[in-house]
Design a protein around this ligand. Structure first.
Ligand SMILES: Nc1ncnc2c1ncn2[C@@H]1O[C@H](COP(=O)(O)OP(=O)(O)OP(=O)(O)O)[C@@H](O)[C@H]1O
Length: 359
């Protein structure tokens, strides 16, 4: 789905062309970058001084022509930070409300949505008896049942505590990978959430697109480090669980070797995505010995990007997989690192947090 969006307010302008295929397209950016305004503008909830919105060649809004398609006709399903359920209706009745908005001739199988979101046991409950995660699942179900052309989600997990967040993430992964094939535009400022969920990443800065592309490409692009934030930046790689070992560690196979990590819950054979923060990767010219770090991967340097400060982002090729390391410029000089240098990436087992492991 292609969107062309331009909205002008006093003191703030949104101007972007974005493309979102099926799966999750994450909108990421600093506070005030314009992420929520983009969601509200697409949904039709704003009255800008000047505004234009085109979706797959159809103009939904053009203030120069006095055109402003109302929100319910735009066919976008919305889920916000607060679930915004109808308090006087049960979960089932809230879901009915979604169905009522589905355009004639379209329908999303209700049983499938209830099953996908685990709502079967909650249907008779009132919203004030639900946990935060259950409320969000209901809001998501209601949005899905309106048969939207796209789902707009604005920080849907931001008001949940960490346990509730981890309870709902698998539902979002199933929605992403499931049969509904719905494009989802997903706003979050949490990098761990985005690296778990997104297929495509769009970084917003001051109402414009600063970077966009497949999640793994943007995350491993050294130029994107300042946009993501130096502490959060890092590559996303795929690895397959090979064994769960007797000492509580698990061995994962990636293209360029094995990783040994704690706390991996997935079954042997499962392919997972892992975020490896650039600041957790060290580089050695020769294979280190007598070192406690269990993960030592043979690598070759394919890019060095000096930062504005003392840091440098080094892109490593590890068996065809790109891993980003953030080290100091001083270390780059001291080790004589250049593009083409063969080296070793060194990673502590505990460097990859449970929140950085997704399906
Ligand atoms: N109706 C409006 N009139 C004028 N300025 C607006 C209007 N709506 C939003 N803005 C401005 O747009 C900018 C972006 O705000 P927005 O809430 O979209 O950012 P955000 O990226 O979602 O931030 P956060 O992560 O903090 O929610 C802000 O400077 C805000 O003041």
């Amino acid at each position: 789905m292609k969107l062309r969006l331009k909205h002008k307010f006093a003191g703030f302008t949104l101007d972007l062309d974005l493309e979102a295929g099926s799966g999750i397209t994450a909108l990421f950016g600093r506070s005030g970058a314009g992420k929520s305004t983009i969601i509200n503008a697409i949904a039709g909830l704003l009255r800008p001084d000047e505004g234009y919105l085109e979706v797959d060649g159809t103009v939904l809004m053009d203030t120069t022509r006095g055109l402003h398609m109302p929100p319910h006709k735009r066919r976008f399903g919305t889920v916000f930070q607060d679930a915004r359920l109808f308090a006087h209706l049960t979960v089932a009745q809230n879901l009915d409300f979604g169905t009522r908005y589905a355009p004639r001739g379209t329908s999303v199988p209700r049983a499938e949505v209830i099953d996908l979101l685990g709502l079967a046991g909650l249907l008779d409950r009132a919203p004030n008896t639900l946990s935060g995660g259950e409320k969000q699942r209901t809001a998501l179900g209601r949005a899905l049942l309106s048969a939207p052309r796209m789902l707009l989600m604005d920080e849907p997990l931001a008001s949940l505590d960490s346990a509730r967040k981890h309870e709902i993430l698998p539902y979002l992964e199933h929605l992403r990978d499931g049969p509904l094939n719905l494009p989802i535009l997903y706003v979050s400022h949490a990098v761990d959430e985005i690296t778990r969920l997104a297929d495509t990443l769009i970084v917003i800065k001051k109402g414009h697109i600063a970077a966009q592309g497949p999640l793994r490409d943007v995350m491993s692009d050294p130029a994107a480090v300042p946009l993501i934030g130096v502490r959060e930046a890092g590559s996303v790689i795929e690895a397959t669980v090979q064994s769960h070992d007797a000492d509580g560690l698990s061995t994962l196979r990636l293209r360029g070797g094995n990783l040994v990590l704690p706390g991996v819950m997935a079954a042997v054979g499962t392919t997972l995505r892992l975020r490896i923060k650039a600041q957790d990767v060290m580089i050695a010219r020769t294979r280190p010995e007598g070192i406690s770090a269990l993960n030592i991967l043979a690598a070759r340097i394919i890019g060095i990007h000096a930062g504005a400060g003392p840091g440098a982002a080094v892109t490593l090729d590890v068996g065809g997989e790109q891993i980003l390391a953030r080290i100091t410029g001083r270390a780059v000089s001291a080790l004589g690192l250049e593009v083409g240098t063969s080296c070793f990436a060194v990673l502590k087992s505990t460097a990859i947090a449970q929140s950085s492991i997704g399906r």
